[in-house]
Write a protein that binds this ligand. Structure first.
Ligand SMILES: C[S@@+](CC[C@H](N)C(=O)[O-])C[C@H]1O[C@@H](n2cnc3c(N)ncnc32)[C@H](O)[C@@H]1O
Length: 283
C-alpha cells in the first residue's frame, strides 16, 4: 500500500469516528509513524508504507477514531510557539490558556528579574512559557501530581529552562510558603464535577485531577484567591484561567477576599470569559 492509499483509508476511518479534521490528523499521524515532517511526507506519497510504520500508524488511527487525543498519540503539543512533550499524566495545553500567558506578558517587563509562580503546572506550559519570554524571571511551578512534574521537568530540560524553573510537588500554594511573588498564575481544574461525564471522549482521556473543579467548578478559586493574597507582594499580579461562564463568580470571590484591586475578566478568542486578573492591593 502506498502512503497516498494509506492516507485515504485513514481519512475514512477517522471521519467515521467523528474526527473533525480527518485529513489533517491522518497526515500528522502518518508523518509521526514514518518519522517524516508533513512537507516531506506529502512529497513522498507514491512510496510504499513500511511494515513497521504501518503497525504504529493503524494502531494510532484506530485509537484516534475511538476518541483518544491526537497529542497523546504523537506525544507533542505546541504552546506559545514552544514544543511541549505531553503524556496522559498531563492536560494537553490549550490555545485558551495562551490568552492568560499573553495577558501576563503584556503586563510584565522582560528586562525585570521577577519571581513568578504557576500553580497546577501540568506539562509546565504556563511556567516554561513565562520563563522563556521573561528571560530574567525566576519561576516556581507546583503540582500535586508527581507524574505531571516528571513531564514538566523533561520539558524544562528540553527547552533549556531548568536552571530558572523550580518544580515543587504539593498542594497548589503550600510549596510556595515564604516566597514573595511578583506574579502568581494558575489554570486550575474548573469543570463542575457533574459536567465531567458529558465532556467529549478526548477530554475525558485527560487526568480527572486536571479537570474536576468540585460541585460548581469553583473549589480551586475559593482556595487560591485568599491564599495568593498572602504570597503576592503589594502590587503583584494574579492571573487565573477561568471557565467560560465563571467571570462574575470569580470576581465576586476575589472581592470578598478584600485584598485585590483592578479585578477584571478578559475574553478568549471566542469572546467567552477566560482570564481573571487582579493586583494585590497595597496595604
Ligand atoms: C487544568 S490543569 C492545568 C495544567 C497546565 N497548567 C496547563 O495550563 O496546561 C490543572 C493542573 O492542576 C493540578 N492540580 C489539581 N489539583 C491540585 C492541587 N490540589 N494542588 C496542586 N496541583 C493540582 C493537576 O494535576 C493539573 O496538572
Amino acid at each position: 500500500m502506498t502512503l497516498r492509499q494509506a492516507l485515504g483509508e485513514a481519512v475514512r476511518r477517522l471521519a467515521a469516528g467523528g474526527v473533525e479534521r480527518p485529513r489533517l490528523e491522518a497526515e500528522v499521524l502518518l508523518g509521526w509513524a514514518c518519522s517524516l515532517t508533513r512537507p516531506r511526507l506529502l512529497a513522498r506519497l507514491e512510496e510504499e508504507l513500511a511494515p513497521a510504520a504501518a503497525g504504529r500508524f493503524w494502531q494510532a488511527i484506530d485509537r484516534r477514531a475511538a476518541g483518544y487525543p491526537l497529542q497523546y498519540l504523537t506525544g507533542h503539543q505546541e504552546f506559545m510557539s514552544l514544543d511541549f512533550k505531553v503524556t496522559p499524566a498531563v492536560l494537553i495545553p490549550r490555545q485558551d490558556t495562551e490568552v492568560v500567558v499573553e495577558a501576563v506578558l503584556e503586563r510584565l517587563d522582560p528586562c525585570e528579574s521577577y519571581t513568578i509562580a504557576d500553580c497546577g503546572t501540568g506539562s509546565g506550559a504556563i511556567a516554561l512559557s513565562l520563563a522563556h519570554y521573561l528571560p530574567r524571571a525566576r519561576v516556581y511551578a507546583t503540582d500535586i501530581s508527581p507524574a505531571a512534574l516528571t513531564v514538566a521537568q523533561e520539558n524544562a530540560r528540553k527547552l533549556g529552562l531548568a536552571a530558572r524553573v523550580t518544580l515543587l510537588q504539593g498542594d497548589f500554594l503550600a510549596p510556595l510558603r515564604g516566597l514573595k511573588l511578583d506574579a502568581l498564575v494558575a489554570n486550575p481544574p474548573y469543570i463542575p464535577t457533574a459536567a465531567l461525564p458529558g465532556l467529549p471522549a478526548d477530554v475525558r482521556s485527560e487526568p480527572r485531577l486536571a479537570l474536576d473543579g468540585g460541585p460548581d467548578g469553583l473549589d480551586a478559586y475559593r482556595f487560591l484567591l485568599p491564599g495568593a493574597a498572602g504570597l503576592l507582594r503589594p502590587g503583584g499580579l494574579l492571573a487565573l484561567e477561568i471557565g467560560s461562564d465563571q467571570g462574575q463568580a470569580v470576581k465576586d470571590l476575589a472581592r470578598a477576599v478584600g485584598a485585590y484591586r483592578n479585578e477584571q475578566v478578559l475574553p478568549d478568542y471566542a469572546g467567552r470569559d477566560r482570564c481573571f486578573l487582579a493586583y494585590r492591593r497595597e496595604e
